[in-house]
Design a binder for this molecule. Structure first.
Ligand code: HEC
Length: 219
C-alpha cells in the first residue's frame, strides 16, 4: 500500500497496483459485510449438519409428506370412514363414493405412478385400465395384491401404507378398470380377461365438507 497525492492535493490510499496508468484505490470491504460473511459461513456449518445428516423428518420434503398425509387422514375422519375390512360389499360401497375414490387416487399418485403411470396406463408395472389381470380374479383380490405384492417383489408389498390406505387405493384401482386409456401400454399376453365387477350401488354425491376442506384434491 502506498500513499499518493491526488489532483486536489489530498492523500489517497492506493494499493500500488498500476497498469497503463490505471491505479487501484485501496477500498476495503466494509466491516459489517465481513461479519455477515463470517456469520453465514458459521451458520452454513450448522445448517449442513442439521439438514444433511440424513436424519428423518428434518427436510422440507419430509415435513411436506407428513403434513399431506395428516391432512388426508383428517379429511377421511371428517368423511366418517371407519371400517377398512376388505369385503366385496365394502369395496363396492367405497368405489361408489367419490370422496373415497379421491382419497384412493391421492394415495395412488403418491406411491404407484412411478411404475403404473399417472393414471394407471402402465410403465414397468402393468396397465391397470384394461380388462386383463394376472393376479386378480375378484374385487377383493385387488387390495390383497397391493398389500402382499406380486412377482417376487417386482410389485412391492404395500402393507406399510396401513389398512385404510390399502383399502381405498384398492378401490380406486378397481375403478380404473375398463377405462382403456389411449396411452395405455399392455404387454402382449399379460394376464387373462376377468369377469366384470359386480354392479356398483347408487353413486353418492361428494360430501359438502370434503369439497370445502380440500377443493384441490377433489376432482
Ligand atoms: C416398483 C414398481 C411398482 C410400484 C411402485 C407399484 N407397482 Fe403395482 N405392479 C408392479 C409390477 C411389476 C406388477 C406385475 C406383477 C406381476 O407380473 O405379477 C404390478 C402389479 C400390480 C397389480 C396387479 C395387476 C395384475 O394384473 O395382476 C396391482 C393391482 C397393482 N400392481 C397396484 C399397485 C398399487 C396400488 C401401487 C401403489 C400402492 C403399486 N402397484 C405400486 C410394479 C409396481
Amino acid at each position: 500500500m502506498s500513499d499518493r497525492t491526488n489532483q486536489s492535493g489530498e492523500r489517497d490510499n492506493l494499493t500500488g497496483h498500476e497498469y497503463d496508468g490505471i491505479q487501484e484505490y485501496d477500498n476495503p470491504t466494509p466491516g459489517w459485510w465481513i461479519w455477515l460473511f463470517v456469520a453465514s459461513v458459521i451458520f452454513a456449518a450448522f445448517y449442513f449438519v442439521y439438514y444433511h445428516s440424513q436424519q428423518p423428518n428434518r427436510s422440507i420434503y419430509d415435513s411436506y409428506a407428513d403434513d399431506t398425509a395428516a391432512n388426508l387422514k383428517k379429511k377421511l375422519d371428517a368423511l366418517g370412514f371407519k371400517d377398512p375390512t376388505i369385503t366385496q360389499d365394502h369395496m363396492l360401497e367405497w368405489m361408489a363414493n367419490k370422496d373415497y375414490v379421491d382419497y384412493g387416487r391421492s394415495v395412488f399418485k403418491q406411491n404407484c405412478t412411478s411404475c403404473h403411470g399417472e393414471n394407471g396406463e402402465g410403465k414397468v408395472g402393468p396397465n391397470l385400465t384394461d380388462e386383463y389381470f394376472k393376479n386378480i380374479k375378484t374385487l377383493t383380490d385387488v387390495p390383497r395384491v397391493i398389500s402382499n405384492g406380486a412377482a417376487n417383489g417386482k410389485m412391492p408389498a404395500w402393507q406399510s401404507l396401513g389398512p385404510v390406505d390399502v383399502a381405498l387405493v384398492g378401490s380406486y384401482v378397481a375403478t380404473m378398470r375398463g377405462k382403456n386409456l389411449p396411452s395405455a401400454i399392455t404387454p402382449a399376453a399379460y394376464g387373462d380377461k376377468i369377469d366384470p365387477w359386480p354392479p356398483l350401488p347408487a353413486t353418492k354425491p361428494a360430501s359438502a365438507s370434503a369439497q370445502a376442506s380440500a377443493p384441490a384434491t377433489a376432482k
